[in-house]
Design a binder for this molecule. Sequence first.
Ligand code: PMT
Length: 414
Amino acid sequence: MNEKTVDLHVLMCVCGGIAAYKAVEVLRLLQKAGCEVRVASTQDGLRFVGSATWEGLVHRPTPTSLYGWAESSIPHIYLSEWADAVLVVPATANTLAKMATGIADDLVSSTLLAVPSEKPMLVAPAMNVHMWRSAATQQNVETLKARGVRVVMPVEGHLACDAIGEGKLAAVEDIAGAVLEALGSREDADSSRALVGRTVLVTAGPTHEAIDPVRYIANRSSGKMGYAIAEQAARRGAKVVLVSGPTMLDVPEGVRRVDVVSAAEMYDAAVAAFDEADIAICAAAVADYTPAKPADHKLKKAYEHLDMLELVETRDILAALGSLKEAGGKRRYVVGFAAETDDLIANAFKKLEHKGCDLVVANDVSRTDSGFGSDTNHVSLLSASGVEELPTMTKTEVAARLLDAIERSLFIAS
Ligand code: PMT
């Protein structure tokens, strides 16, 4: 976890779930990291952890209702203005639903509605697996994410209700780390503007290598990781060119997409766009081999056999961009991905060196919650300054953390 002392205000909203006791530990971690923490609890939250506990830890009376707080007669406005970041932990299905729909019928929901949109807001959900997977909760979570709320995703495990599955509160260190990260990126506001006006080239998705007019060689890349990077970079003010293989995804807002099919087409499009680029991020799963002589007619099963399928190596786009990064007297920042099932870090370091990258995202693709097709990813960021392993998080969150790291490097270099 980030050890930096931040001395900033964190408002913790505690809801009524068995995981509320872990909120105590999150509070202690944030205090140890130098944050001033205040607590607002729902009435149900108080059934799990009482106000005496919060007051003992926070050293001041803790409001638990919209009425009767000595410090302010309008506690929801006071707290929403006081906070630099707001964390809801544990976030119950009920509170997520209230946040998504704007219901303000108690201290916590009124405070959450009153928080200005530019302040970091985080939710750490915890609930029964079926409540978590329900269409209503999933839709509410998506709505909140789309509004910029950071979701510290629950993990799989043995739940208090005896079910086994997703819905367990994330590790307290990950929750506190996410808050510090959110505060840190706000604190480093100057460096977080490093992408404004820069041109970012992103490759995403699979490539399709034609065998004949109807068959091709492909892989399981959905494009989600690369599209999340493109979307986040555009939101940070970058001009984004997304060179994309075939996917089912919509073009993110503010992004120019160049559609390609094969590795050769992706190579040409990426090299052409690289001239203008300041940063290139290669998240595509490019085929390493392609049929040497794709047939111009549909191959017949009866007399044409697979052993005639001679494959030749494709050109490596990332390595080409790495070798061109100082072309034209301009210094570009190049990021590669390393999709690995074993020896993740060692293999990723080889790619950092051999492909001329400034940073490599080592992507563990041996897990079901990470890599190809999934909504979450488990990665480590590797550069000359070391390795940072990130917890499993959504691809949008991975994209944000990757861009934070790039912004910090650009800011330091500028
Ligand atoms: O698309 P999703 O379903 O969201 O899945 C995301 C992902 C798993 C595809 C993504 O996170 C990822 O790991 N992308 C890299 C996949 C890959 O092909 O890795 P690699 O280790 O084989 O290649 C290393 C790097 O070289 C990559 O940056 C790749 O884009 C690049 N490369 C590889 C071959 C080639 N001919 N040209 C390249 O540019």
